[in-house]
Design a protein around this ligand. Structure first.
Ligand SMILES: N[C@@H](CCC(=O)N[C@@H](CS)C(=O)NCC(=O)O)C(=O)O
Length: 228
């Protein structure tokens, strides 16, 4: 197996789907904060990164893969979580991309927005999310005997959807009440071997909307791209 180093920041965002996949497949990797990996502040390191943003996956200390979609698809290929059939592969990818579209403004709102800014984005965001959640609900309803979008076992798209819906629950913990299929899907992902261990051990995200912090090794630290 390749040596995998996932480089990112103090936030619960674009490195989550890759990490859920890595844990589900039992694939070893290290998670490294940008300042530790580069040995300098992100503001100084970013010009040396292919597209000046993270996450980045470093493979065998040699190849640097940026763009979270490319990282997730590469890992899916590496770990057998990519469908063999190209047609099914395209459907899986379309769902993954749909989940990626939820990134803005959901991830920054949950990880960074505070006070009035948070409250004003929150109501718009909850409204914007409804058609997405309804689409997921309908898709899951088409295969009532399968807990995941495309059958008995998850593909990488399931982790993309899980991450974004999981973040959205910070806005309203009753968000999924009208969407029972989606609620059951979330529980199914939470119960997956490897994933449940990851979810209970990853840094807690606290203070959403007021003072967002990640609890890393027992210490609450502000979310962000700076080592503080
Ligand atoms: N399309 C990129 C977006 C990456 C992105 O927005 N990264 C943000 C963190 S979530 C970042 O690097 N922010 C720091 C900066 O831009 O300097 C992806 O999917 O990986």
């Amino acid at each position: 197996m390749a040596d995998l180093r996932l480089v990112y920041f103090k936030m619960r965002a674009l490195a989550e789907a890759p990490q859920l996949l890595l844990h589900y497949t039992g694939t070893p990797y290290s998670y490294e904060m940008a300042w530790d990996y580069f040995g300098q502040p992100w503001s100084e390191a970013k010009t040396s990164v292919p597209y000046r943003q993270l996450p980045m996956l470093v493979v065998d200390d040699n190849t640097r893969i940026c763009q979270s979609g490319a990282i997730t698809r590469f890992l899916a290929q590496l770990t057998g979580m990519q469908p063999q059939d190209p047609l099914l592969g395209a459907e899986v990818d379309a769902l993954y991309e749909t989940s990626q579209e939820m990134f803005m403004p959901l991830n920054p709102t949950i990880n960074f927005a505070v006070g009035e800014k948070f409250e004003s984005v929150k109501s718009d965001l909850l409204e914007q999310l409804q058609p997405r959640l309804a689409d997921f609900e309908r898709l899951l309803g088409a295969t009532p005997d399968s807990p995941f979008f495309f059958g008995e076992t998850p593909f990488y798209c399931d982790f993309g959807v899980f991450h974004h819906v999981n973040l959205a629950l910070f806005l309203d913990e009753d968000l999924l009440n009208p969407f029972p299929n989606l609620g059951a899907f979330m529980a199914a992902v939470e119960g997956l071997s490897g994933v449940s261990e990851y979810l209970s051990s990853r840094p807690d995200l606290i203070g959403v909307g007021t003072q967002p912090q990640l609890v890393i090794d027992g210490v609450a630290r502000p979310t962000g791209v700076v080592n503080e």
